[in-house]
Design a binder for this molecule. Sequence first.
Ligand code: SF4
Ligand code: SF4
Length: 136
Amino acid sequence: MITKKLMLFFPKCEVEKPIVYHLIKDYNLKINLIRAKITPEEYGYLVMDITGKEEDIERGLEYVKGFDVNVNATYRGLRHNEEKCTDCGNCLSHCPSGALVVEDSKTRKIIFKPDKCIECLACIRACPFNACISIF
Ligand code: SF4
Ligand code: SF4
């Protein structure tokens, strides 16, 4: 079993199709939705963890690509703007996954590790300098 984090973008023509339902039912995949924005008759984004056998994930993604759906494996909705970040550390205790951490104990510089981010958005509320933003 492996888990992949993916972002799916559904254009207007695909937004109401039960694609996620078929990923679960027909390809034996477990879907953990992390973030979703669906506007009926317009477009939709889903950020999700997909867990299953590697071959089932590959088959499932081939199924998804049969629609006009954009699949992005590297996408992250959360952005950390280093120019705005003052390294104040306010976000550290709010980040549950260790995606925002102190890089060096001497400089106290904060770095963002996208692979660890679970898109909970707690840092957006915690940051006084708007250094953490979400692009959707
Ligand atoms: S969105 Fe959540 S997990 Fe990601 S960096 Fe911000 S607080 Fe951490
Ligand atoms: S709260 Fe904002 S400014 Fe402070 S360290 Fe975190 S991201 Fe940087």
